[in-house]
Structure formats: C-alpha cells, structure tokens
Design a protein around this ligand. Structure first.
Ligand code: MEV
Length: 337
C-alpha cells in the first residue's frame, strides 16, 4: 500500500497577546497568505519507522532509520522528524515509512509561525497520505504537542492561527485545550497594519519564554502588571477591530509594546526604531517571542490608519517589509505534484 498527500499551512502573526498567552491570557492572531507546503508519501517500501526527509530551502536531505528515537529538537530538520513521529504514532502498529518534502515561503526563527505551520501541515499531510483524515481539533492537539518539544509551555495560539486561518481570539485553557473565537471578515479590517522583519533574533522562542518566567519569579508584581496591560491591549484591540476603528489601534499598539519592553523581549536598537516611529505619529510592536541579541526582534507590526503615512514611512536600516495578506485561509489540502 502507498498513498500520497500534499497539504499547505499559512504563517501567522500575533496582533496582540504574545507572552501573556503563555499565562492563559487571550491572544488576537491572524494567518498570513505566505504558506508552507508538505508533501507526504507513505509506503511499506521505506520500512516501518523510516523517514526520508527533504527540505530544499534548508539544504536538508536525510534518511532517519528510526524516527521515533528522536525526542528533542537539537539541529535543523529535527522538528520535522519529531512532527512525523508524533503525527503518525497513533497509526501503530503500521507498516509504513514516510517520505516527506517541505517547501516553505515562511521566514524561519522570526515570529512568522513557521514551526506551527510545519507541525500542522506535517501531521495533516502524513495522516491524509494513509487516508486517515483526523478532525482539525486532533491535528491541532498533536501539533501543539510537537511545538511543546520546542518550548514546554507553548500556549497553542500559533497552532490555532495556522490551523483555522482568518482572525481569531484564542486562549489557552487547562492542559491541551485552546478555546478560539473566529472574527469573520476581520482580515479585511487590518489595513492599518504593515509587517516588517527586523532581523532574526539570536534567541529561540523557548529561550524568550524562559527569560520572561525568570523575570516573573524575580519581579512578580511588575511582570504581572505588564501581563495585565497586554491583556487589556488585546481586548481593546479586538474591540477596535470589531468596530473597524483604525485610529484606535495607534494608542493600543503603543501600550502593548510598552508592556512587552517591560518583559525584556525587545532589544534596545529595536526599541529605538520604534520610538522614532512613535515620534512620527505611528505605532509599532514586536509580534511573537521577540529577542534580546542578534540582528533584530523578528516580526514587527507598524501601525497607522492612513495609507499615505505608510507610503511616506522610511523603514529602519536592516528591516524588510513583508507584503502579505492577512486573514488567509488555514490548513488545506493541495493537489499532490
Ligand atoms: C510565540 O509566537 C508566542 C509566545 O506567546 C509563545 C506562546 O504563546 O507559546 C511568545
């Protein structure tokens, strides 16, 4: 028996609520219309437990004889190996090995959701390849388990964004459960937001989440106040989006960014660039885990209600604009090439 499937998943951006999401606060997230495509082929020929993995953009072409023995992410490609192993573990006992090829248009390590897209698309493609179309909720649960190998406390909101697409208000409940509320049509009301890559941070998401936890232990009152401020900005941002009130985003984004800076997740040169944007009448915030050292803080959202302001905006040195649509569709099956 052999079967094949191709599945794509979008990138994501967190509009409001990063880091606070880890502590059970809501996050407002949206899917981006640049995607990752995963082609999976299941075949008894590869031998049970064997994985042939190809990721051309990372120059990875490797055969793993016993994928289930990989239990942590140490090097490039390990997350994909883990994703196939965890995503297909429920098929045991099964006679298949897998051939998986990943092609991605999503930047890595910069807050664009490439690991969540990989986890979701790999699980969905491998299960499709063996005609086992598990429900979206189950794909999400397995993908969150995979993400937790990267950082143990992943809130699951990134996975929900790439799984369901559109614009969502998500909140981690107890255990694996993440509740979500869809905001239909909201993607078309995000015209005030522009996306920039400020450069990849040195630190992983896990390192940044861990650093916030250390700060919380050291300065609980200050950190709790910052998390509450992020929570308030998320709720106000959601209300502004629902009303279609573009001008309201500027002060809300400034508040969210100020709270993230208290958490220590924005490097000083990115803070300086954001102060200049604020002085010019706009607002900007990091989106995702941020960073401390390295080229930048990853994804930064620059916000102003007037398109003419954006047209005049001169981006800081080293930043690249990502012109992508927001509110894109979630995971979907593609025609296998
Ligand atoms: C990372 O994209 C978002 C964080 O809030 C971590 C998480 O929610 O798992 C920093």
């Amino acid at each position: 028996m052999s079967g094949e499937a191709a599945v794509s998943a979008p990138g994501k951006t967190i509009l409001f609520g990063e880091h606070a999401a880890v502590y059970g606060h809501p996050a407002l997230v949206t899917a981006l219309d640049h995607r990752m495509t995963v082609m999976a082929r299941a075949s008894a020929v590869f031998g049970r437990g064997t994985l042939r993995l190809e990721i051309p953009s990372m120059k990875i072409a490797r055969t793993v004889a016993s994928m289930h023995s990989v239990d942590s992410v140490k090097g490039p490609g390990d997350l994909a190996v883990l994703a196939v192993a965890i995503g297909t573990a429920g098929l045991e006992p099964n006679p298949y090995g897998f051939h998986v090829r990943i092609d991605s248009g999503i930047p890595t390590g910069a807050g664009f959701g490439s690991s969540a897209a990989l986890a979701v698309a790999v699980v969905a493609a491998c299960r499709r390849a063996v005609d086992d179309d598990i429900p979206l909720e189950e794909v999400g649960r397995l993908a969150t388990t995979i993400e937790r190998h990267q950082h143990g406390t992943a809130s699951g909101v990134d996975v929900q964004a790439v799984l369901r697409g559109g614009v969502l208000l998500c909140r981690r409940l107890n255990g694996d459960i993440v509740e979500h509320e869809e905001l239909p049509g909201a993607g078309a009301r995000l015209g005030a937001f522009r996306l920039f890559n400020s450069g990849a941070p040195e630190e992983s998401t896990g390192t940044m989440v861990g650093a916030v936890r250390v700060l919380l232990d050291r300065e609980p009152a200050r950190v709790r106040e910052a998390l509450a401020e992020i929570n308030a900005a998320t709720r106000d941002g959601c209300a502004a989006l629902t009303r279609g009130d573009d001008a309201a985003f500027v002060p809300i984004v400034r508040r969210a960014e100020a709270a993230l800076e208290i958490l220590g997740v924005v490097p000083s040169h990115v803070c300086a660039a954001i102060r200049a944007i604020e002085a010019a009448g706009g607002a900007a915030k990091i989106s995702g885990a941020g960073g401390r050292t390295g080229a930048g803080a990853g994804l930064v959202l620059v916000v102003h209600p007037d398109p003419a302001w954006h047209a005049r905006f001169s981006k800081p040195g080293g930043w690249t604009e990502h012109r992508v649509g927001l509110g894109a569709p979630g995971v979907r099956t593609e025609v296998a090439a």
